[in-house]
Design a protein around this ligand. Sequence first.
Ligand SMILES: Cc1cc2nc3c(=O)[nH]c(=O)nc-3n(C[C@H](O)[C@H](O)[C@H](O)COP(=O)(O)OP(=O)(O)OC[C@H]3O[C@@H](n4cnc5c(N)ncnc54)[C@H](O)[C@@H]3O)c2cc1C
Ligand code: SF4
Length: 472
Amino acid sequence: MINLKSVKNPMPEQEPEIRARNFKEVAEGYTPEMAVNEAMRCLKCRTKPCTKGCPVMIRIPDFVARIAEGDFEAAYQIISEDSALPRICGRVCPQENQCEGRCVRGIKGEPVSIGRLERFVSDWHAEHEDELKSVYGYEEASRMKDGSGKRVAVVGAGPAGLTCAGDLSAKGYAVTVYESLHKPGGVLAYGIPEFRLPKDIVAAEVKKLEDRGVKFICNAIIGRAESVDELISEEGFDAVFVGTGAGLPSFMNIPGENLLGVCSANEYLTRINLMKGYRDDYDTPVPEGTRVAVIGGGNVAMDAARCAMRMGAEKVYIIYRRSMDEIPARREEIHHAIQEGVDFQLLRNPVQIVGDEDGHVTGVEVVKMELGEPDASGRRKPVAVEGSNYILDVDEVIMAIGTRLNTLILDTTEDLEANRRGGIGTDDGAKTSREGIYAGGDAVTGAATVILAMGAGKTAAKSIDEYLKKKK
Ligand SMILES: Cc1cc2nc3c(=O)[nH]c(=O)nc-3n(C[C@H](O)[C@H](O)[C@H](O)COP(=O)(O)OP(=O)(O)OC[C@H]3O[C@@H](n4cnc5c(N)ncnc54)[C@H](O)[C@@H]3O)c2cc1C
Ligand code: SF4
């Protein structure tokens, strides 16, 4: 089944009508044969446009070539030079805007399925890790020599913090990660659902770090329990990395948002994912509507809508104020949501949520929108069509219109300066206005992507290493 054609080798998936009611992973992964076939579609472009599209510059044509030769471990080693979390990035990166968006194959057909190949080799490596260790002794090789006895605190156990902790521990530093929730992983653990990113993958990444000696202290809110300054002055850490994300939910400030049955996507997803509300053996309460409106068009909105479907809703709407051309979620998530029966109400904006005399949601009033001139973001600005309002009957509304930066660390750390976006200010090397304190990921940029957070964690680890080598 050699496929050198213009389309990708399709990904085996659970059937939409079955998967829409369960939390098992939707995409089942390529077989070795499919992966080799897909890799053979690569044109080995000398200019490597795909690599330029990857935020951490993975040597894509090189790893794809190793897959085409059937040397999956060599492919994995190439990816690992630049990516700390390939099993995760292969599943959740918005490849269409990054590597695959630049792939030359995409000009006249579909790009090489770089994300699926990344996922394939990193899953393959994980499955064969024990035998590989005995052959290659990777574990020993990854233990770096220059311990130097210095200690680093990492605040926040999302992709930025985990990557920074991993790189620093590999360099021999003693790393302690402080996490405010009861489990490490950040959005990977509490936000992205099991059917997109199985939690045993996140747990395995955390375990790898623990095996290397990284210490995790959960249920510890830095800025409340202890401040960043105290981590240095009282706990004796030589440097601190702050990767606290941007997890504060936003609301629209429209009438009716305080009705029973309205919640933030953040809370909804945390109850389902982190607190396992979808499982019968957990008694976490989850708001369960039969007709659910999810407001927003990003990954968070798709995740909330698809969770609502799986929690048993009869009807789920996505209400988004622009059109399908501007919708920001990953293409694959939109495609999967449509297949699973989510109803996209595009060019619609909620103006109020309506309820009954007991304070329960009964509907959401929306107004139709048209697209006007481009706004500051370069996207065409939605403008309300006067008199076009109508009410959608729903009994639950989930707000997924974006998240904000939490200012707790900025407010409680002396002389730590903010950037223009309200995040923690840093230079290109992740260094903040305070000596010895570094920051990265969503806490600096505002809500972004896993790979950017991971890249920021890597940059910070490099800067911290340079700083600590010079520090007396
Ligand atoms: C539902 C959802 C779906 C997403 N889907 C995708 C996707 O498909 N692809 C993609 O690339 N990106 C996606 N994103 C975005 C991506 O997950 C984030 O950009 C990324 O996780 C940011 O990583 P981070 O390490 O900076 O922060 P986070 O992942 O937010 O981790 C920060 C951690 O810090 C902890 N923390 C916060 N304050 C403190 C404190 N004071 N003390 C101690 N700990 C603290 C938090 O509890 C959290 O665990 C999604 C986001 C959400 C919410
Ligand atoms: S751009 Fe596409 S075809 Fe060219 S080297 Fe990269 S993956 Fe291969």
